[in-house]
Design a protein around this ligand. Sequence first.
Ligand SMILES: *Cc1c(COP(=O)(O)O)cnc(C)c1O
Length: 379
Amino acid sequence: MLEFIRSDLAGFNAYSPHPSGHDTALAAEVVLDHLDTNENPYDLPEDVKQKLGWLYQQEIRSNRYPDGEHRALKQAIAAYVTETVAQPAVILPDMISIGNGSDELIRSLLIATCLRGEGAILVAEPTFSMYAIEAQGLGIPVVTVGRSPLTFEMNLAEAEAAIASTQDPPIRAVFVVHPNSPTANALTPTELAWLRTLPSHILVVIDEAYFEFSQQTVVGELAQHPNWAVLRTFSKAFRLAAHRIGYAIGHPALIAALEKIRLPYNLPSTTQVAAQLVLAQRQTLLAVIPELLQERDRLFQALSTCPQLRLWPSDANFLFVRLQPNYAHHSLADIHQQLKAAGTLVRHTGDGLRITVGTPAENTRTIARLTHLLAALSP
Ligand SMILES: *Cc1c(COP(=O)(O)O)cnc(C)c1O
């Protein structure tokens, strides 16, 4: 309709955070358990929130621009990341770029590598949808390969062939999640070995959004691989999804490229202060993780008694389930809707349901509601 809009955008949809989350058909009295976006179920504790409010009042001048170089926060993140690496590796502030969520860094990485027709990206489906969504928005081709239906390991032969055969433009970046979303499996030694073989002209992005749950990281290997970048976020374990903050860790030359293309004041002062505060309080805030992992195992045990469901082990704070083959004629979309009508919102994606681990009470409701509605299905 508007003639000045890029012609290909007509075929795009705006990103919907809760694809079925705003259903007016939902009875007004239903209070939803939001188990569809993998956040930590706990808000910041009252005293930490008060401290944040106090910092806003005392330290932030609302009329002044934020620190556009994120100096103090980069120091704090570098110290935290160094602490999370087993190998004797030191992460310095010049190896870190901070974004308005890791979503911003995904876009920056795409701009820095593939734009102007210079490259395509490779992903193994099902995986985090933002890589393909952001690439398409920039006109960057997306090459997809499959995964093992048994273990969700990437089909490496297919990936290898895709890299060898993709031309005009060639594959310039490979995006993987460690552990993957929605399937919750960490990279295997075989997958990691394959990533190590990728040539230096291909950027390897390893998204560790769930690191605080999995405790598995490749940061210790970054020094040997200047073509690797690790992404992390404050949106999950650190309870700051509302503040929008993520970071990339990589070779200083890659980080310098990302800094060239980011918006000058991408991080509000309140966000920078919030991230510094949760890092300073990380002992307390991350102390709920063992409980969440225990709850994940309880959810897994309980749901594995459902003959209708197929479950996979999880290295993160969510479970991925599919219907067993003899129940596969039932519609997952219907089950998803019924579960929502009962008050539990999960994500229907990758031909399965991705269920976030919530509070003990939420998980107990998930188990009861899902077990109840599955029992009505005939094989
Ligand atoms: C949740 C998530 C993120 C976090 O994105 P933000 O923009 O930092 O909120 C990144 N990657 C994956 C795979 C995720 O699941």
